[in-house]
Ligand binder design. Sequence first.
Ligand SMILES: *Cc1c(COP(=O)(O)O)cnc(C)c1O
Length: 358
Amino acid sequence: MSRKARAVINLEAIRDNYRLARSLAPENRAVAIVKADAYGHGAVRVAEYLEPEVDAFGVACIEEAIILRDGGIQKPVLLLEGFFDPSELPQLVEQNFWTAIHSEFQIDQLAQLPDDSELTVWLKMDSGMHRLGVLPENYAAAYQRLQALPQVKEVVMMSHFSSADDLSDQTTLRQVEVFARATEGLDGEVSIANSPATLGWPQARGNILRPGLMMYGASPFTESQENAARLKPAMSLLSEVIAVREIEAGESVGYSATWTAEKTSRIGTVAMGYGDGYPRHAKNGTPVLVNGVRTSIIGRVSMDMITVDLTDVPNAEVGAEVEFFGDNLSINEVAGWCDTIPYTMMTCLTPRILRVYG
Ligand SMILES: *Cc1c(COP(=O)(O)O)cnc(C)c1O
């Protein structure tokens, strides 16, 4: 390997985080969410590793589901956004893809399939997110309609939370309440819990969990939380110093000269940039580890390079290892410095970042 920008992925940590989700609701089943290439961790590799112990996988769309099947994954795959076009339906039947149903017109389309289709569908309710789903007042009717279709084998009731990542926001409990009222008397399994609900809202776990972010070892919360503190980071974004120079006080570094040395300073240039998916919005002062020592990013992130302050890391020479986040530096902390969230830090990594499985 020449350029050393890489993400080291710890599959065991992903499995342990998945097990943590299961242990928080031991009676529940779980769909492991591997959409967006398993949040940048490699969907087929992650799914292969987890397949012996998960009930199903969750992806956004049929293209992502097919990648799993082509990779040899045999467990059911849930399409969280459902199908976009009825031409997808025969393949759902053939490949045992489960589909979210978010609108009545999709039920009309299902009804056109052969009677022996044996589809598993997840009827989504809009309990307050107002993005996707059947409205609460129409939910029971849609549910009963699906139950009555010969093409449908099972209907799971699902919804999604808008604000479960904020433990002081009562919106989650209101959504639970809306969901409970609209599904009263309906008999079937319930799936409402994403990572924040799984970790922090015992009242909102339903029967089937849908953990995503937490499997990859990041906390969905901005504040510390007991269960989230038990997560193990699954990805370390690493590279190395490729050049070192000393500059005088008053000299600036990088595009637009946004950082100026106040004293004689040692500057390291690292092979990582926004072309790798590292956020360009990282502020001066964003933490980074060089040879295990905490220092900071200075100047603008450019496409292929980042400059770091090595003034207090005198032993760091060309070849010194740099950790941008991972085992020793929390992705949550770094995301805060970049005005973003761990979800984007993981999913924005580009194909130029080599994924190495440890
Ligand atoms: C992405 C997604 C999840 C997983 O969310 P996390 O916050 O990453 O756990 C669960 N359910 C649905 C419908 C999703 O789209």
